[in-house]
Design a protein around this ligand. Sequence first.
Ligand SMILES: Cc1ncc(COP(=O)(O)O)c(C=O)c1O
Length: 428
Amino acid sequence: MPSTKALQAQQLREPLEVPAPASFADLNPLPRLLMGPGPINADPRVLRAMSAALLGQFDPQFREYMAEVSEIYRGVFQTRNRWTMLVNGTARSGIEAAIVSLVEPGDRVLVPIFGRFGHLLVEIAQRAGAKVKGVEIEWGTVFQPDQLERELKAFRPKVVAVSHGDTSTTMAQPLEALGRLCLEHGAILYVDATATLGGMDLPVDAWNIDVCTAGLQKCLAGPSGSAPLTLNERAAAIIERRRHTEQGLRAPGAVDGDRPRIGSNYFDLAMVMDYWSDKALNHHTEATTMLYAARECGRILMQEGLAAAFARHDAASRAMVAGLQAMGLRIFGDLAHKMANVTGVWIPEGVNGERVRTALLDDFNIEIGTSFGPLNGRIWRIGAMGYNARKDTVLVTLGALETVLAAEGFKLPRGAGVDAARASYIAG
Ligand SMILES: Cc1ncc(COP(=O)(O)O)c(C=O)c1O
């Protein structure tokens, strides 16, 4: 093997080939209809808000927008939590910020796993140094309260981390009883609501959820890249004891918290809180355009009203299920606990699932998803959420799927899917 030095010398000898800028086409992608498990098409109002003028992060106008974001998302999360803000990054950044800020090395974390995103929570908690117990159930089902109570009693975790809706299986875990149990057993409840916030009811305060995070690219009708987060005083007390303000920012005489420093600078919620509070202590440079997007997503949702938005997602879900079943397809998982915004459907025997997805994309500009792990290539996941939770998008997707399936040789009653979905909408 050539040495590093020899490789470097060879690289310097080779001419650097830089493509001429003119060889790149204009950025002009075909507008797809995104009917997968997210991302979905952003509401055009959100895209318009994102083209507003950039501001400095301490501009009084910008600080006012930050305050408005907190206020709007208190409504979205149905909470009175003072600490309601954004983490800059995709939904996963909110998850990491919550877990790394709550969990000290050696803390016990319990993760009920009912799909891929439970495994993600396990991994993030392990990386934060936690002793993690993951309890997994069959994908396509959810946990019963007595099972969760047994685990809480046996493991006595400091934190329980769970997804509300796990898009990989399309299941939504009921959380009300878990919130009560965590309170009773002195555990902090962290919920990843990336895939459900704005599409399904999630009253953070009423369900005793201590920390909750999300993303914009699902039911909130925005692009990915900002993670709304809320945390209550119980969680804030833990985080504040871990505050160790960055050296270059410290006020003279600043006193550190008595607990270990949070293991990430970027995701240090103590510092993010200081940045969002009246202290306005610099941390990162807030992603201005993403804050505009998050603000507009929340504003659109609150203007529609939470109840109306949940009903819209539910209507789309019922119509999609009715349509798929009328086409002779089988819905995946426990229907009683299906998320309102994504539907899993078994790929029929003898049908090539990837060819169907490719034909939908190539011929109809419609994207649907498959799944992960044990469900990869076995189910499709069809979303109708955020801006795309509409009658027209559901009907168009079902019509296109019917044509493609028929061309694949799958025998189905022509027209039945779209008819059933329309009937579902008419029946209300
Ligand atoms: C339940 C859930 N959690 C977390 C994530 C990760 O979100 P992101 O890709 O925005 O980081 C997703 C994305 O699909 C998700 O569905």
